[in-house]
Write a protein that binds this ligand. Structure first.
Ligand code: 16G
Length: 240
């Protein structure tokens, strides 16, 4: 079966974006593409609009269509504490304070789709960056999904452990971020004055089969942590 003009145009554009052009370089004009592929300008425009909606190109009125920078920022990726610190050029660390198997209770149970009496593994860890405490994490995992987890060492990344030993990859999460102040005990652990501001991030993370696997409450020092959130204005009309 031979490729249609449409398909040829699409794969040509894909090749331009992925291989031939660098970010912020201009694509050929609609007119040139239409001529080259023997299709209408409307067809070219639709193909470009689609790429624009996928945020692989952007258009500047009167100037043309440009290759977008790969739009991945921390905010739209599901990352682990270890990933975040390494990206900042810091060495991640962890002090395990609690590791226990307990009943889920109402809130954690609800988040993980369990009944309150079902067992969860609870870990409390002080997370460090270059040895400096950055965050206190309470993590709850559905015990049935991670048998014998408590027999394993927790010196390193929990997400790596889940992936390597349980074939669980966390692929998406629901997350909320709110401001809080540190009580005295938590402030001591984080080596800051009591009642310092902090960020409380609550996360329910789902695996590749969309099972809720982890409920986590992470309290980050407000003086050392910022969340970057990329916001994108939706494309309202196709006229560029
Ligand atoms: C992040 C997650 C936490 C997860 C941890 C795993 C947030 C708010 N929390 O801190 O849910 O347990 O990473 O990190 O993003 P690890 O793989 O380095 O142990």
């Amino acid at each position: 079966m031979t490729a249609t003009k449409h398909e040829l145009l699409r794969s040509h554009l894909q090749n331009l974006i992925e291989r031939e052009l660098a970010p912020d370089e201009r694509l050929p004009t609609e007119r040139d593409l239409a001529q080259e592929f023997g299709v209408s300008r409307m067809t070219v425009r639709q193909a470009l609009e689609r790429l624009e909606n996928e945020r692989r190109v952007y258009r500047v009125r009167g100037a043309g269509t440009f290759v977008a920078r790969p739009a991945i920022t921390k905010s739209i990726e599901l990352t682990s504490f270890s990933d975040d610190m390494r990206r900042r050029g810091l060495t991640p660390g962890s002090h395990l304070r609690t590791a226990e198997s307990i009943p889920a209770g109402a809130n954690v149970g609800f988040a993980l789709g369990l009944s309150p009496a079902d067992e969860v593994v609870h870990l409390e860890r002080v997370r460090t960056a270059d040895g400096v405490p950055m965050c206190i994490e309470h993590t709850y995992l559905s015990a049935a999904l991670v048998p014998k987890l408590l027999d394993r060492p927790f010196d390193n990344s929990l997400y790596d452990l889940l992936r390597d030993h349980y074939h669980i990859r966390l692929v998406r999460a629901e997350q909320s971020i709110r401001a809080t102040v540190l009580d005295e005990a938590t402030a001591t652990l984080l080596q800051v004055p009591a009642f310092s501001p902090a960020l409380l991030v609550e996360r329910t993370a789902y695996d590749q089969r969309d099972r809720p696997v982890e409920r986590a409450m992470s309290t980050y020092r407000g003086d050392r942590y910022a969340f970057e959130i990329e916001v994108v204005r939706p494309t309202t009309d196709g006229t560029g």
